[in-house]
Design a protein around this ligand. Structure first.
Ligand code: PRT
Ligand code: ZN
Length: 210
């Protein structure tokens, strides 16, 4: 049977928990930070270590059969993949936040305002649903300093503890989406026997944690 490939984050917030989950499934592999691919010695599986942003497309295109990535990244990249399992880690929310002294009080006050974000697709859909026309400013990072620099009236970013917002004089204003790490598969991968075997192992690891 063809060896499966699973893509996980190379380094960052989801790396450690993804590796731990796979190890708890009884998979033996070396977690060399420098190598892009690690073969599993006791299951027909290879682990690809990638930037999280690349994982949805690798899975959509079938270069990897499976992937572990945040729902926020999947939604933003608008790929066509199968959601196989929520994994219960990497939890956060994508929120619109405003400055503590902002005159924005309700969603409609965002009309005509500027919002800085690294999530223009998700934010654009959210605003469209609310029929709000705002100026989405796509930046590649450090979104939280944008209002203080006068670059935007609000931001839309991931929040977990809220500490980053607070230390930048911002407060949460509206919830756009909640997210956690999920197992995704290429379309049709759910019928593969090896994928099913791996999913069963993952589910029993998750059940044992409950
Ligand atoms: O290098 P690579 O591209 O792979 O990684 P990355 O830097 O893009 O992502 P990374 O490692 O920061 O996050 C990976 C995934 O973790 C995200 O896509 C989310 O699904 C999930 N996640 C969970 C978070 C957070 N919590 C989180 N708090 N991702 C980012 N943050 C950031 C947020 O952007 C903000 O800067 O943490 C800050 C806010 O945190 P608090 O605790 O101060 O609220
Ligand atoms: Zn990334």
């Amino acid at each position: 049977m063809k060896t499966l490939k699973i893509a996980i984050q190379k380094s960052g917030r989801l790396n450690e928990k993804s590796v731990e989950l796979l190890k708890n499934c009884g998979l033996n592999f070396e977690n060399y930070k420098s190598s892009l691919i690690s073969p599993v010695s006791n299951f027909p599986l290879e682990i690809l270590f990638l930037r999280d942003d690349d994982i949805p497309e690798y899975v959509q295109d079938g270069i990897a059969d499976l992937g572990i990535v945040g729902e926020n990244v999947i939604e933003e990249t608008e790929v066509s993949v199968s959601y196989l399992q929520r994994l219960g880690f990497g939890k956060c929310s994508l929120k619109i936040a405003i400055t503590n002294n902002s005159d924005i009080n309700e969603l409609t006050d965002l009309e005509g305002r500027s919002i800085a974000t690294t999530y223009p697709v998700i934010l654009g859909k959210f605003l469209q649903k609310q029929n709000i026309h705002a100026d989405i400013r796509t930046i590649s990072g450090s979104v939280e300093i944008s209002p203080g620099l006068g670059l935007s009236d609000a931001i839309c970013d991931l929040v977990s503890t809220g500490g980053t917002l607070k230390s930048n004089g911002l407060k949460p204003f509206a919830d756009v989406m909640s997210s956690e790490a999920v197992l995704i598969g290429s379309k049709g991968s759910e019928t593969n026997d090896l994928v099913q075997e791996l999913m069963q192992r993952i589910q029993s690891v998750l059940r044992a944690k409950e």
